[in-house]
Design a protein around this ligand. Structure first.
Ligand code: TXE
Length: 495
């Protein structure tokens, strides 16, 4: 039988280490440890190092030494290592899923079937990508050009709390596949799976220092990393304001940068959509992971002729969602990441009410059992009757809250959808193929899904425009980002 959440919380919090050169090490300024809280219960589950400049420098030096060896390995050798990492995570899948669920408050079954499954797929995908990759070759009449991809050196991976291992592995697998060594700075709110992964690297015999982990606050450990000249590229996923700081510090030294930031994603529902399928699709797009995915739909735009019917069906479907114990298979939603985040979401719902919004379901903290009452919870919430320009419709809430707005024409829907500072993803719900294409290309976003959401082929370009980000990752876009392309031109004089 699965243990209860109370049984999983240690009576004395464990102490997590940084991982530098293949060894677990504490912070050099011994005194500083930070609490890692289980957001479902509010209890401290571990203590993490509050790393500073010196810790980051040690990790960077370890990465630099490892990279000198690693860059000499062949692509098939790297592919073998990636594959063995995927196998080793798979062998400890439940352990990883439990750690992710405890750190984030998300249901265990979602951590296992979404987060950890995808982390394994990321390593497997880039195994295949480098085994089958081709680079360019351009023939001239009297010369041959060919392109080689060269490693960058040491890269910094800064990752958020919403999909901790999923997003870290999305960056880490192509980074090492291309011959780089890595220093990772996971979110201070979700440090555990990045740490477990360091054990896996040792288990499979990776060079010591290929993957280093430095825990701590963004403003300390994060900036020490982004400012350091050893770091040749930064891949960051997180909030837009943080991305701005990261970009500023990286720009000074012309580091390569991939920034994946916030979103305020619109779902455009046309009167010719398959309503049942659309309701199910939008419910998933809005509330998976408690709405804490940068791709989640948070503004639902519905054509007026079907507005009342659609809203009624959406609300009924949302009311069927179960919020509760992350250990239970029947929980659809778990806890939010923290009390601070819960307060931020409550603030947005209050602002919506002040702007005249009507809360049709949710809008408050759910009733919960004693075991989890101390956590950071919020009900899935649907709000209507708001102007499209109000605060909650323009800013990223990053929680289980959606607003629904009616529209009359296609042009109006496009204008509302594109009317924010963000441009990450959109979904279009229609059975008219021409409209699907016409509206999709009109979206100022990096990604559009038609009649689906989070349907991912890992070869495709992933990233946003406007304040949602710069750069693309996925397939050869990742291989390009984590390497420098070099063209070699060989003269072939005509005899
Ligand atoms: O993320 P931060 P936060 C959005 C979401 C959320 C908001 C803030 O709206 O409410 O961002 O979340 C590290 N230099 N997203 O504050 O701060 C930090 O330690 C270098 C969207 O939790 O952006 C962590 O490892 N690094 C999002 C990482 O950056 C710094 C996912 C992300 O943290 C740093 C998460 C600095 N100055 C939040 N400051 C998405 N796009 O999926 C912080 N960090």
């Amino acid at each position: 039988m699965k243990p209860s959440i109370a049984e999983l919380i240690p009576s004395t919090p464990a102490t997590l280490s940084n991982w530098i050169a293949g060894e677990p090490v504490g912070p050099m300024s011994h005194a500083y440890y930070m609490d890692n809280v289980n957001p479902a219960t509010g209890k401290v589950i571990s203590k993490i190092p509050r790393s500073q400049d010196m810790d980051v420098q040690a990790a960077l030096r370890a990465a630099q030494s490892a990279q000198l060896i690693w860059k000499k390995t062949s692509l098939p050798e790297r592919a073998d290592l990636l594959e063995s990492i995927a196998d080793a995570i798979e062998a400890r899948k439940d352990e990883f899923a439990q750690a992710e669920s405890l750190d984030t408050g998300k249901p265990f079954h979602i951590a296992k079937n979404v987060d950890i499954s995808r982390a394994i797929s990321n390593f497997r995908f880039f195994t295949g990508a480098i085994r089958h990759d081709e680079t360019g070759c351009h023939m001239m009449g009297d010369a041959l050009n060919y392109t080689v991809r060269k490693p960058l050196g040491v890269v910094a991976l800064i990752t958020p709390w919403n999909l901790p291992l999923y997003l870290l592995s999305w960056k880490l697998a192509p980074a090492i596949a291309m011959g780089n060594a890595v220093v990772a700075k996971p979110s201070e709110l979700t440090p555990t799976t990045a740490t477990l992964l360091a054990e896996i690297f040792n288990e499979v015999g990776a060079p010591k220092g290929l993957y280093n982990v430095v825990h701590g606050r963004g403003i300390e450990a994060g900036t020490a990393l982004t400012n350091h000249p050893i770091v040749k590229a930064i891949s960051f996923t997180g909030g837009t304001q943080t991305g701005r700081y990261v970009a500023q510090s990286g720009a000074e030294q012309f580091k390569k940068m991939s920034l994946e930031m916030g979103g305020k994603n619109a779902a455009l529902v046309f009167e010719d959509a398959d309503i049942e399928r659309t309701v199910q699709g939008i419910r998933r797009a809005s509330f998976l992971n408690q709405g804490q995915i940068c791709l989640c739909a948070s503004r639902i735009l519905v054509q007026r002729s079907i507005y009342d019917e659609f809203v009624a069906k959406l609300v009924a479907a949302v009311q069927e969602l179960t919020v509760g114990d992350p250990q239970s298979e029947s929980s659809d939603l778990g806890a939010l990441i923290s009390d601070d985040h819960q307060q931020k979401i409550i603030g947005y719902v209050q602002s919506a009410k002040r702007d005249g919004g009507k809360v049709l379901c949710g809008g408050s903290i759910p009733e919960l059992s004693d075991e989890i009452r101390g956590g950071s919870w919020f009900q899935p919430t649907v709000i209507v009757d708001l102007p499209t320009s109000c605060k909650i419709s323009m800013e990223e809430v990053f929680g289980p809250v959606v607003v629904v707005h009616p529209f009359d024409t296609e042009e109006e829907a496009i204008e509302i959808a594109n009317g924010t500072q963000y441009g990450l993803a959109a979904t279009v719900w229609t059975q008219n193929l021409e409209r699907a294409h016409r509206v999709s290309v009109a979206m100022d976003t990096g990604l559009v899904w038609v009649n689906t959401w989070l349907h991912r082929d890992l070869r495709t370009p992933f990233g946003g425009v406007k304040n949602s980000g710069i750069g693309r990752e996925g397939g050869h876009y990742s291989l390009d980002f984590y390497s420098n392309a070099q063209n070699i031109c060989i003269s072939l004089p005509r005899s």
